[in-house]
Design a protein around this ligand. Structure first.
Ligand SMILES: [Zn+2]
Length: 224
């Protein structure tokens, strides 16, 4: 019997894809054209986990990622991206008033950034998605946005709608409904577990919870 040949360790994916980092191979070190990516999902699919793993893969190779997440209060600067499975990383924050092209330009002036990661990208404004697209095109930095596609009423978030329109590449981060089908929708539940069908698109600090469902079970829960 032959001894089994050792299996070479798999390299971690940088972009969750087999695409080469450099278009002409590593030897020429000519960077590929940067792209705007949109990783969309429903609630609790693990998109922050996917983001943090991808950012970690860059750090492991000595390349600097730049992490951004939405800010919901007046504390400027330091934020945190945390995943439900317990990993987390520090992140810079944005709110709707920030010019993200200017932000990325200033960050790049301080040193190289291999990739920009934006969590809670559904909270970007339409203008901010265009600012990120300009940064991709004019500053040649890849930008990977992670966000929810639709709200609890089944409507696109403005940031997600613009990302769906502008992104060069889109990936779905999948999760499943209790029935086993892919979950694409989310319900907002009040403290008694009842599905709520009206209210603000963004609600911070309430007692509501969110459950991801397939469309059929979302329709049953919301009587739609
Ligand atoms: Zn279902």
């Amino acid at each position: 019997m032959h001894a089994r040949s050792p299996v070479p360790p798999a390299l971690p994916p940088l972009f969750h894809t087999s695409r080469p980092l450099f278009r002409h191979g590593l030897r020429s070190m000519q960077p590929a054209m940067a792209k705007l990516y949109f990783h969309y999902s429903t609630m609790n699919a693990g998109k922050s986990t996917v983001l943090l793993q991808a950012a970690h893969n860059y750090r492991e190779r000595g390349m600097a990622p730049y992490l951004l997440t939405a800010r919901f209060d007046d504390r400027a600067g330091a934020g945190r991206i945390a995943s439900r499975i317990g990993i987390e990383a520090e992140a810079d924050t944005f709110d709707t008033r920030d010019d993200l092209f200017a932000r990325l330009e200033a960050r790049l002036a301080q040193g190289p950034v291999a990739c920009v990661f934006v969590d809670e990208a559904q909270f970007l404004t339409e203008d901010q998605v265009w600012q990120l697209a300009r940064a991709v095109d004019d500053l040649n930095v890849p930008v990977m946005c992670y966000g929810l596609r639709v709200d609890f009423q089944g409507k696109l978030f403005p940031g997600s709608a613009t990302l769906l329109a502008l992104a060069d590449e889109m990936r779905e981060v999948r999760t499943i409904c209790h029935c086993g089908k892919k979950a694409t929708m989310v319900i907002r539940q009040d403290s008694s577990g009842q599905a709520v069908t009206d209210g603000a698109q963004v609600q911070i600090g309430g007692n509501e919870t969110y459950v991801s469902l397939c469309r059929r079970h979302w329709r049953a829960a919301t009587a739609t």
